[in-house]
Design a protein around this ligand. Structure first.
Ligand SMILES: NC(=O)c1ccc[n+]([C@@H]2O[C@H](COP(=O)([O-])OP(=O)(O)OC[C@H]3O[C@@H](n4cnc5c(N)ncnc54)[C@H](OP(=O)(O)O)[C@@H]3O)[C@@H](O)[C@H]2O)c1
Length: 323
């Protein structure tokens, strides 16, 4: 099978499409033929080993000291079950699923094995593979942070980085939860986030939201330039700060700050349950996938470049088989 292989840390060009052995499902595993996958900010961070300050050594220990331990990147994919192991009972060949292997990656490939009990969920009939996979990375992140931050109806929330993969899902989920949403993004993306339901939009190129006198019950930083020290004056008493991106020092400080909530993808953000929630919300029309662009799998290097640019909207989808 073809897979995108990344054998050293570096620029987008280190990713190369190669022929590699097709995986064989173990007893409790499902083999999925990939129709669509994404290149997201997590993939490009791993490829470039671009990690928040102070976390370099920890990330090298986790991801690979001098090169990626798992050379096939990719957090998530959508496709069709091709075969199942002898102990699998919940899935059968032909099922349409979204799946992830978490930090074992491996989804930038034509075929992927996933544990039946792992992060795998059925795609509703009327949702395409591309739409389904586009919901996953940002959607799971927004879901887990709002759950941890206990965002409730009637509260005000500001989302910094509102037009990206995490931000576009966060805007929609916050509206769904009944919050009043302020989205921070560039002026060029204001109409996009308004269309997703944002009640107010702050163009970060024209205004600093920390200086406009507004206060919020919840602030989510999904870009990385709005740490607690900068935004604490914009929080209501009892407000919560959702630190989606933070360096080591901010993480250490967070353990002493009651207001700050941090999470990593280890906090089971990519569980089958979250996938089922996202698929169901999309089926009901509550959640709309936001897709920056769709590229064929062979253009994966270009996809990494686009994500590296830091200004994509929503998710960048790669297709392996036409929907
Ligand atoms: N902790 C976790 O579990 C977790 C999970 C997922 C992601 N993350 C992290 O969250 C971050 C966002 O991920 P993503 O996938 O959503 O990234 P993304 O899709 O690349 O989006 C980044 C967004 O940041 C916005 N932005 C750029 N400059 C900005 C500025 N000066 N002020 C405010 N917003 C600005 C961009 O909006 P414009 O184009 O409008 O400028 C863009 O839409 C990444 O650092 C990622 O590593 C963490």
């Amino acid at each position: 099978m073809k897979a995108a292989v990344c054998e050293r840390y570096g620029p987008p060009e280190v990713v190369q499409i190669r022929d590699v052995p097709k995986p064989v499902p173990a007893d409790g595993e499902v083999l999925v033929k990939a129709f669509a996958t994404t290149v997201n900010s997590g993939d490009t961070r791993v490829r470039a080993l671009r990690v928040p300050r102070g976390l370099g050594l920890a990330m090298r220990l986790k991801l690979g000291l001098t090169k990626p331990k798992q050379p096939i990147l990719g957090f998530e994919m959508a496709g069709q079950v091709e075969a199942v192991g002898s102990a699998v009972s919940r899935f059968q060949p032909g099922d349409r699923v979204v799946a992830s292997r978490g930090f074992d990656f491996g989804c930038h490939a034509e075929d992927v094995t996933v544990a039946e009990q792992g992060d795998i969920a059925t795609i509703p009939e009327h949702l395409s593979y591309q739409d389904a996979v586009a919901l996953c990375f940002g959607g799971t992140t927004a879901l887990i942070f709002f759950r941890l931050g206990q965002l409730t109806s009637g509260e005000s929330v500001l989302i910094n980085g509102a037009s990206g993969a995490v931000g576009t899902m966060a805007v929609q989920l916050a509206k769904h939860l009944g919050a009043e949403v302020t989205a921070v993004c560039s002026g060029g993306h204001a109409s996009l986030v308004s269309g997703l339901g944002a009640d107010h939009v702050v163009d970060y190129q024209a205004e600093d939201f920390t200086h406009n006198g507004q206060r919020y019950d919840v602030i989510m930083d999904a870009h990385g330039n709005a740490p607690y020290a900068r935004v604490k004056g914009s929080l209501q008493p009892g407000g919560r700060f959702l630190m989606v991106v933070g360096d080591l020092w901010q993480m250490l400080a967070a353990s002493r700050q009651k207001a700050t909530i941090s999470a990593s993808r280890n906090d089971s953000s990519m569980t089958a349950d979250n996938y089922r929630t996202l698929m169901s919300l999309a089926e009901q029309g509550v959640l709309k996938p936001v897709i920056d662009s769709v590229l064929p799998f062979r253009q994966i290097v270009e996809a990494h470049r686009r994500v590296d640019g830091g200004h994509k909207v929503g998710s960048l989808v790669l297709t392996l088989v036409e929907d």
